[in-house]
Design a protein around this ligand. Sequence first.
Ligand code: ADP
Ligand code: MG
Length: 328
Amino acid sequence: MRLSEIGEFNLIRRLRTLCKSTAKDIVLGIGDDTAAIKIATKKILITSDMLLEGIHFDLSFTTFYQLGYKVLAVNISDIFAMGGNPKYFLLNIGVPKAYDSKDIHKLYSGIMKIAKKFGVVVVGGDTCASRQGLVLSGTLLGHADRIIMRSGAREGDGIFVTGTLGDSSMGLMLLKKMRTKNWKLRTSHFPVPTSQLRLIKRHLMPEPKPLKNTEGITSMIDVSDGLLIDLSHICDESKVGAIIYKERIPVSRELINTAENLGLDPIKFALTGGEDYILLFTAPPEIKTKANRIGEIIKRGRFVVDSRGKKTPFKAEGYEHFKTVNSR
Ligand code: ADP
Ligand code: MG
């Protein structure tokens, strides 16, 4: 049924049923003037992330389910980047009134899927009619025993990443290429090779993963804007320099194959592509970890070294809102 027929309050009533939780720390979820939660005296983390139609997503190639999954995933990624556990989620939505309530239902199904995976409860939000496309603004609370900031990197630390880079931005590029053909992403009959589908999925439904053991880690950030930008944030906040080795940057087979087919350089995607939502951290080089060590923290200067040992300074290249050169 159209939202214009069911109205805000009926919609919220439905969301309330969808998001019901029996967790002991939830005193009140959706339904009153505020949510109420019981929290032991830990450090509380709070983060907010928006997804805007036309800027972050295009409804011609993402489903509502995938979008719901992503809006919580990107917030969870920030909590993981602080070494914390995600807990309570609020979602503000601005929805054009011509939308169907099923669309919002699907959006919340995607949210609930990832929420259950990480023990997050949807405790509230706000609902408004929007005149200009769909607006999603999520706020997530979490907690941590020890928070890991961007500012703790020290000269001599190794630089590590927890997963492959560049997949998501290649996925986005593939989607843009396909947009002209007006394909909807329904995995069952999506006419692209599986390897490309994996890249697309990394863009549409990022899978944040926490670090199991954060002992010894000196600084951390999630890679959302691109490796060079996010590493630059660590360098700025920690007042240090960095050197990274192109050869050590983990890139997926899917990215290499797809980039080769298109005559493009996969490493360029890995260095500047955004939205991989893996973790970038620094720690003494001898630390025991499964993450890939891609470089070192140095006193000053920022460099990328290629396979022949050629050292080139890098700038914080990647996605930045309000800059006109962005293609998004
Ligand atoms: P108020 O008038 O106090 O802002 P609302 O009618 O907006 O109250 O909201 C009623 C309840 O529904 C609150 O608990 C609020 O957090 C929840 N809520 C409203 N919109 C959403 C949404 N999009 N997602 C989750 N909870 C929502
Ligand atoms: Mg309200």
